[in-house]
Design a protein. Structure first.
Length: 266
């Protein structure tokens, strides 16, 4: 048994829960601890099942509760040295990660984290540092890529190994261009250290997927410059243009921005 729940996927807060029969981890802690406890209760799970915390990068919507959650659960926090330093600097993180709970990771170096084999890999974004994660358990390979300005060859290799993939579809290019954001912010979002748009997300999937890819979830949608149905239809259209049919050749779903979603069997 290897399962996945999303407790939030957007600029309001990101948090993902992976668990097996005997072990569990969180990826990012951008949801408040009280809200997270409520979500766990609603799913009939215990937050104390979480034994490990992985952090992608040091923007507030991914880390604002990491110190509080780590302290309460006595769970170590895995991040690159630059991300740990960024957490210390981020004023949105009221409780910092205790030194005794800090674990340091390096891209493309696999580590054993309880029952999971975890490999971080670099993802370009305008944060102190940013990684995606390949998480292996029970013979399955889960991959998550969020807040990505572009898809690098290294990222492509991890996509190609995945059975289950969470990948950013942040914005629709036309909505962003025609929207009310100031020009500098539009340029930042479109840049190679910004966010993936819907079409680029679809291209990243279809150009790099392996035959074993079963499920894809679109994550981190913009509230102002995207819509769940638009993201799904755009990615479906890209897949279809290469002869891949969502719902038949793979399952495609859009994660909710502010609400829990799952339980998904991996």
């Amino acid at each position: 048994m290897f399962r996945f729940i999303s407790f939030g996927s957007g600029s309001s807060g990101n948090c993902y829960y992976l668990y097996t029969e005997n072990d569990a981890l969180l990826i990012d802690c951008g949801v408040g601890i009280r809200t997270l406890k409520k979500h766990f209760r609603n799913y009939g799970r215990s937050i104390f099942s979480v034994h490990h915390i992985l952090i992608t990068h040091d923007h507030a919507d991914h880390i604002k509760s990491v110190g509080s959650i780590s302290h309460e659960l006595k769970a170590p926090v895995y991040a690159t040295a630059a991300v740990h330093e960024g957490i210390d600097r981020n004023y949105c993180v009221s409780r910092k990660v205790e030194q005794s709970q800090r674990r340091y990771i390096s891209p493309d170096t696999a580590i054993e984290v309880g029952e999971f084999r975890v490999t971080p890999f670099h993802v370009p974004h305008d944060s102190s540092d940013n990684v995606g994660y390949q998480v292996e358990a029970d013979g399955k390979v889960f991959c998550i890529i969020t807040d990505a300005g572009e898809v690098t060859p290294s990222m492509a290799s991890y996509i190609s190994q995945a059975n289950d993939l969470v990948i950013e579809a942040n914005h629709d290019l036309e909505m962003l261009q025609d929207g009310n954001y100031p020009q500098y912010l539009k340029e930042r979002i479109r840049s190679g250290i910004g966010h993936l748009d819907n079409h680029s997300c679809g291209e990243a999937i279809v150009q790099n997927m392996g035959e074993q890819l079963r499920q894809v979830w679109l994550c981190h949608l913009s509230e102002e410059n995207n819509h769940p149905e638009l993201a799904r239809k755009t990615v479906e259209s890209v897949l279809r243009s290469y002869g891949i049919v969502a719902g038949k050749d793979l399952q495609l779903e859009v994660l909710k921005r502010t609400m829990p979603m799952g339980i998904f069997d991996l």
